[in-house]
Design a protein around this ligand. Structure first.
Ligand code: PHE
Length: 445
């Protein structure tokens, strides 16, 4: 049966949607939290290296597989593994699909915090300070209310299809986020205590950079931030016309995503030190207090210190983050949705609502058993499942496709030297690097 697939109207449509997927809570919440917990500059240093050496090629491989197959991730991986084991490819695709659900289960909770904070500033503006303070204080009730709201918002957009909403939304809002970040950085760097934070962030302590735990965290963060290893980028790649030269596109997505993460760190790490200088308890034994929730106290405080203007800034900032989170949620949801539509002949709305219901149940579990599950799910996803999928992508592109090296064949056909090099890099170096990191994950666990 042939299905008329949705698609992006242009290459720029793909770049925007993929950047929308990449830029999200991982950049503004995940990256600074991880950097603060892992020695600041040392983390930044390793993060940048891992991004160039591993995450960028992984993103390339993922988009490439999707683009060649023009199918949902499960079928795309199945196709790519034909001749070796189609079944194996499909299974790995299904594991990625579970990863996408895992991602959504905690992501929608954090995104709910963002929404609540945006509304809280609005409530302050209207002098409803009791409601405002309820909204800005973390509680299970608040989670139970805002996580479903966020899931509904995402479902509302995604059931309309790929290019109705996704392309346009991302385009207009990301530049605004960038400008706000820069403005806030200038403000925070002029506060007492910021200089200490700046040093911690920008000057790496090189004795830490070989710490395997740090390397694993940085790799997990890089994969998460670029949305690799759950099939989201593969779906977007499949919505782009076959045969586009994806190298440049992937490069620009990586650059954009990394710049935003870097800037978020430049804002939040100094802000943490400003708060500490003002007498707030921020670190305990070199670690941030409370599973990464602290930055949600630090940011509102920063906005408070700006007086009345701060409320507007706070509203704008948290609203933008909610939207950035929404565009990331969309790409993850699209993974199971595209699978259900193409392989199980669901209609788009039906698939969307089924997936949203599953995500709802999963996130409720996480909220109820927050202390046990929240951090665990994040760790399993980012340090085990996503890297394993990436390893598989490398092997597929480098070895299994037509029982050979797909990229090298393409390079030979087109007579392009750098592509041969790139093909060999993905074939030999990437799996090796990733395996080394993996051995360390196994040892540490
Ligand atoms: N990259 C997104 C972020 O940084 C999160 C994400 C992960 C989105 C995996 C899709 C798939 O917030």
């Amino acid at each position: 049966m042939s299905i008329v697939r949705d698609s992006f109207h242009s290459r720029i449509g793909f770049v925007l949607a993929a950047a929308g997927s990449a830029i999200g809570l991982g950049n503004i919440w995940g990256f600074p939290t991880q950097a603060a917990n892992n020695g600041g500059g040392a983390f930044l240093f390793v993060y940048l290296i891992v991004t160039v050496l591993l995450a960028l090629p992984a993103l390339y491989a993922e988009v490439y597989i999707g683009n060649q197959a023009q199918k949902n991730p499960v079928s795309a991986l199945g196709d790519a593994c034909k001749g070796v084991s189609e079944n194996l490819g499909r299974k790995v695709g299904l594991i990625g699909l579970c990863g996408a659900i895992m991602m959504l289960s905690f992501y929608t909770i954090v995104a709910g915090w963002m929404l609540a904070h945006a509304l809280s500033s609005l409530a302050y503006l209207f002098d409803a300070s009791e409601i405002a303070s309820w909204l800005s204080t973390s509680s299970i009730q608040r989670n139970l209310m805002f996580t479903p709201i966020f899931i509904l918002l995402g479902a509302g957009i995604i059931h309309q299809g790929v290019n109705a909403g996704i392309e346009k939304w991302s385009a207009r809002l990301m530049p605004v986020l960038l400008i706000m970040l820069i403005g806030l950085i200038i403000y925070i760097l002029n506060q007492p205590g910021a200089e200490e934070g700046l040093k911690v962030y920008l000057i790496p302590d090189f004795s830490q950079v070989t710490d395997p735990k740090l390397v694993i965290s940085a790799m997990g963060q890089a994969f998460f931030s670029l949305s690799i290893g759950v099939g989201g980028m593969m779906v977007y790649g499949s919505y782009m016309q076959k045969g586009k030269d994806i190298g440049k596109l992937v490069l620009s997505i990586t650059a954009l995503d990394t710049v935003i993460a870097f800037l978020a760190g430049l804002l939040i790490i100094p802000a943490l030190f400003v708060a500490q200088a003002a007498g707030q308890e921020v670190f305990q034994g070199g670690h941030l207090i409370g599973e990464g929730q602290l930055i949600f106290n630090i940011l509102p405080e920063l906005f408070n210190s700006m007086g009345h203007v701060g409320l507007f800034v706070s509203f704008a900032f948290f609203s933008l983050l909610s939207i950035a989170a929404l565009t990331s949620t969309i790409s993850s949801t699209e993974v199971p949705v595209s699978y259900l539509m193409e392989d199980k002949t669901f209609s788009r709305p039906k698939a969307t609502w089924l997936v949203s219901a599953i995500v709802f149940c999963a996130s409720m579990l996480l909220i109820i058993f927050f202390d046990h599950l929240f951090g665990l799910v994040i760790r399993v996803l980012t340090t085990i499942l996503q890297p394993l999928s990436c390893l598989f992508y490398f092997i597929v592109v480098g070895w299994m496709w037509n029982r050979g090296n797909k990229l090298r064949d393409k390079a030979l056909q087109e007579g392009r030297k750098w592509l041969t090099l790139w093909g060999n890099y993905i074939r030999f170096v990437c799996p090796l690097l990733l395996s080394i990191v993996f051995v360390n994950v196994a040892i540490l666990n």
